[in-house]
Ligand binder design. Structure first.
Ligand code: SF4
Ligand code: SF4
Length: 362
């Protein structure tokens, strides 16, 4: 995802070189496509469940196989993960093998009792709860739920804080959410939320009300960065855009605060399991051409280590991606999901790269 994270406390990512190789250690797992919200922007285009989602026995087989392959951390997402009645069993199975979980949720189904059980019975380390706005009307418009649901999300945040989980709030960056971000930064400092994840939609899934793909949103974030810099409890900023270190706004920011460039782990250090077992490189990159395999009928090791998509992500120079750019070995060729969304070509150009904007290539 094209995220910028404002961090008040250390979290999970360490900004190591994502092009340096090594096996996939972290999985994203969209455990269901079922969702009780109908957000304008949804990377997984969720709503109704897929007809062929992995059963609990299949899910447990997947967990065991992932463990054998050295997967240590799974980010549970959806759809809304808590729409799956067996989610606690899935988390417990992971915990038995020492696998930690991070859960991305809209928060609407979390109760204090459930959060307490998750703390006691699983190895969950953190929750990411979508907030998007502190204005009930805007929250309602973005998530297409009654305004009262904002209170539920805030209550869920209180539960996860009370049980000492690392707490992230996510905001999808749109013209509607931008004016309210500073209020969320202030609220985060007051409530002890550790991370604010600003997510720029990529043109995959549902993308209503977003800026057009070529619109450069980073300059609009400068007042947010300035506000964050003024806070006594700030820690650092993390970027997840492969080319972030070449963007002038980020370069300016880097003069004032440590910036971790976490970059693009897609098919390099991370992979995504879809509800029906299909494996794709990242949550925003699920098109037939990017499919790496399916855990139902293929071995997970072969999918994660030998798929042609992984080969392309690890050696973009062999596919003509960003030919001639001296930063290819550190950038990896930009965002493949964006490149595909813009060009329809797996090896196409990520035209949102700031160096391309500055000097368009032929
Ligand atoms: S392809 Fe990489 S940079 Fe693009 S959205 Fe996926 S993880 Fe992020
Ligand atoms: S031209 Fe390609 S490799 Fe170079 S910085 Fe831009 S996206 Fe990255």
């Amino acid at each position: 995802m094209l995220d910028v994270k404002l961090k008040f406390q250390p979290g999970h990512a360490d900004g190591k070189d994502w092009m340096s190789g090594g096996p996939v250690k972290v999985l994203f797992w969209n455990v269901t496509r079922s969702c009780n919200f109908n957000c304008q922007i949804c990377f997984s285009n969720s709503g109704a469940p897929d007809p062929d989602e992995l059963t609990l026995p299949e899910a447990k087989t997947l967990i065991r196989r992932a463990h054998e392959l050295g997967v240590v951390d799974v980010i549970i997402t959806g759809g809304e993960p808590f729409m799956r009645p067996d989610l606690l069993e899935i988390l417990s199975c992971m915990a038995e093998l020492g696998i930690t979980a991070r859960i991305a949720t809209n928060g609407s189904l979390l109760t204090e009792k459930l959060v307490e059980r998750i703390r006691r019975e699983t190895r969950t380390t953190s929750f990411l709860i979508s907030l998007d706005s502190l204005d009930p009307c805007i929250y309602s418009e973005i998530h297409r739920v009654p305004p009262i649901q904002l209170e539920k999300a805030l209550e869920a945040l209180r539960f996860v804080r009370a049980h000492d989980f690392h707490t992230t709030v996510s905001i999808r960056l749109t013209p509607r959410t931008l004016p309210g971000i500073i209020d969320i930064v202030d609220r985060a400092a007051d409530e002890g939320w550790a991370t604010i994840s600003l997510q720029r939609p990529i043109f995959s899934g549902r993308v209503e009300g977003a800026w057009p793909p070529m619109f450069d949103v980073l300059p609009l974030l400068e007042p947010v960065f300035e506000h964050f810099l003024s806070m006594p409890s700030r820690w650092r900023v993390e970027t997840y855009m492969p080319w972030a270190r070449y963007h002038p706004v980020i370069q300016k920011l880097e003069e004032k605060i440590p910036v971790g460039h976490v970059g693009c782990g897609a098919a390099r250090g991370i992979a995504v399991i879809q509800p029906s077992g299909r494996v794709v490189p990242c949550v925003c990159f699920d098109v037939p051409a990017s499919a790496m395999g399916n855990v139902r009928d293929q071995d997970l090791r072969a999918i994660l280590q030998e798929s042609p998509v992984r080969a392309m992500m690890k050696r973009p120079q062999d596919y003509g991606i960003c030919d001639g750019c001296i930063h290819l070995s550190t950038c990896g060729g930009g965002c493949r999901a964006t490149a595909f969304a813009l060009s329809g070509n797996l090896a196409g150009a990520d035209e949102t790269c700031p160096l391309r904007r500055a000097a368009p290539r032929q």
